[in-house]
Write a protein that binds this ligand. Structure first.
Ligand SMILES: Cc1cc2nc3c(=O)[nH]c(=O)nc-3n(C[C@H](O)[C@H](O)[C@H](O)COP(=O)(O)O)c2cc1C
Length: 195
């Protein structure tokens, strides 16, 4: 069993990364292999709808191929985003658009288990809407969407801060939603027979 976590924040070591690592810790504690990707360290260009990926590899030269490979060789994917105007960051949206070849060239994310985490300045600042945007992309990729029914219905929903990079550490209720999301993902991966 392998789980990849992707952090869509442009701020390294920020609140979204803290929330994502809280979920990743749950997998690690259970002996599940993990890898965390920070989009702020990656070169990601926009999809330009050239349609090359209908038949051939994407011609854009950046860090996308290595990220897509890690997604393909995972059983579960956690996507974490800061809330920007009640939506994912532009960095994450750019990644979503560049995953089109995965769908077009053999539905490579089909039946992987996915979970979403969103972190906002406000207590109710658009976390649930942002998680839904992530879920929408997961459904488009035919993934199995995990939500946690114990403490939230949308995945990890955390309060961060525009100034304090580590404010999420104080949001115990929010961090619990991240841990519970990971537990639900494990439950689903076991249910579909992932070893
Ligand atoms: C362009 C932009 C838009 C934002 N929109 C929202 C928003 O809609 N709701 C909210 O509560 N916080 C909003 N924020 C604040 C961030 O979600 C918040 O600071 C979060 O902790 C950032 O995550 P990070 O610490 O991982 O960078 C916005 C911040 C930026 C830069």
């Amino acid at each position: 069993m392998k789980v990849v976590g992707i952090c869509g924040s442009p701020r390294k070591g920020g609140n979204t990364e803290i929330a994502l690592r809280e979920a990743m810790k749950v997998f690690e504690e259970r002996g599940i292999e993990t890898e965390t990707i920070l989009l702020c360290e990656k070169d990601i260009r926009y999809c330009v709808h050239c349609n090359t990926c209908l038949t051939d590899p994407c011609p854009i030269q950046d860090d996308i191929p290595e990220i897509l490979d890690k997604m393909i060789f995972s059983d579960g994917i956690v996507i974490a985003s800061p809330v920007y105007h009640s939506d994912v960051t532009a960095q994450l949206k750019a990644l979503f658009d560049r995953t089109l070849p995965l769908r077009r060239q053999g539905r490579k994310l089909k039946n992987k288990v996915g979970g979403a985490i969103a972190v906002a300045q406000a207590r109710n600042g658009g976390q649930e809407i942002t998680c839904s945007q992530i879920h929408k992309w997961m459904l488009f990729q035919e993934m199995i969407v995990a939500v946690d029914l114990n403490t939230t219905h949308f995945g990890g929903t955390v309060q961060g801060d525009r100034i304090r990079l580590d404010a999420a550490k104080d949001d115990e209720i929010g961090l619990e939603t991240c841990r519970n999301l990971a537990l639900r993902m494990i439950e689903l991966m076991e249910l579909i027979g992932v070893r």
